[in-house]
Design a protein around this ligand. Structure first.
Ligand code: GTP
Ligand code: MG
Length: 226
């Protein structure tokens, strides 16, 4: 299976990272990441410190697992087989310069209506209104591709002009040919959207594929914003 995992919209060569950038990513994520805050409402958001990058996506897509895999911590973020595990915005930091934000999932139809409405409002308000939000990683299950539930979030990010990038998750669950198909289908949709980063990152938190490049991408972003 392909492991270098960011592919251009036209399916060209993987996004290049120098070995120094890969090392910078490794170092950034080898630091001591800790839980710093949880916010179930906008009023409870922690003060803005450094830049924030958020992990958004449908319930159960693997947001919390990806944060654990990137940081090399088994249980920093709470994960679960059943959707609806993460119910607040969860902030992690290892340095004041950067916070990783684990978000509640959207598109989870089985949860009580009032809860879904509250999560949805929180997700959209945070994504549209957080001044230090540098990039949003929108996670998409590689088996399923983009779904209707993703459209609202992409729209919110587009209207708010927040830069975002698509991350295909659970790449270990699809055959290489199917993965290529999902990458090009997703890239075709994203190409039309101005706020979207053209490359798609492909990961498996279970097998670790795509993680060194993803860490390097975040280190590069941090360097650009510093
Ligand atoms: P919510 O917080 O409920 O929105 O879910 P989430 O997006 O945070 O998903 P979570 O990380 O809790 O993972 C959901 C399920 O997917 C768990 O059973 C994980 O073990 C599984 N999972 C996550 N990443 C991968 C992966 O890369 N490969 C495979 N095969 N399973 C994964
Ligand atoms: Mg979660």
């Amino acid at each position: 299976m392909r492991t270098a995992l960011a592919v251009g919209a036209d399916g060209d060569a993987p996004m290049p990272f120098s070995s120094a950038e890969i090392e910078a990513g490794r170092k950034l994520f080898a630091a001591d990441w800790q839980f710093v805050a949880a916010a179930g409402t906008l009023e409870r958001l922690p003060p803005m410190r450094g830049v924030e990058i958020a992990f958004a996506g449908r319930s159960n897509v693997g947001k919390s697992s990806l944060i654990n895999a990137l940081t090399g911590r088994k249980a920093l973020a709470r994960t679960s087989h059943t959707p609806g595990r993460t119910q607040e915005l969860i902030f992690f930091q290892a340095t004041p310069a950067l916070a990783l934000v684990d978000m509640p999932g959207y598109g989870y139809a089985e949860a009580p209506k009032a809860k879904v409405a509250a999560w949805t409002a929180l997700i959209h308000d945070y994504l549209a209104g957080r001044a230090n939000l540098a990039r949003v990683y929108v996670l998409i299950d590689a088996r399923h591709g983009l779904k209707d539930a993703d459209a609202d979030v992409l729209k919110t990010l587009g209207v708010a002009a927040v830069s975002y990038q698509i991350v295909l998750t659970k790449a270990d669950q699809v055959k290489p040919a199917e993965l290529e198909k999902k990458i090009s289908e997703t890239a075709a949709v994203i190409q039309k959207r101005a706020a979207a980063f053209p490359e798609i990152i492909v990961t498996s938190s279970r097998e670790g594929s795509g993680l060194p490049e993803f860490r390097a991408a975040i280190a590069r972003l941090l360097k650009e914003r510093a």
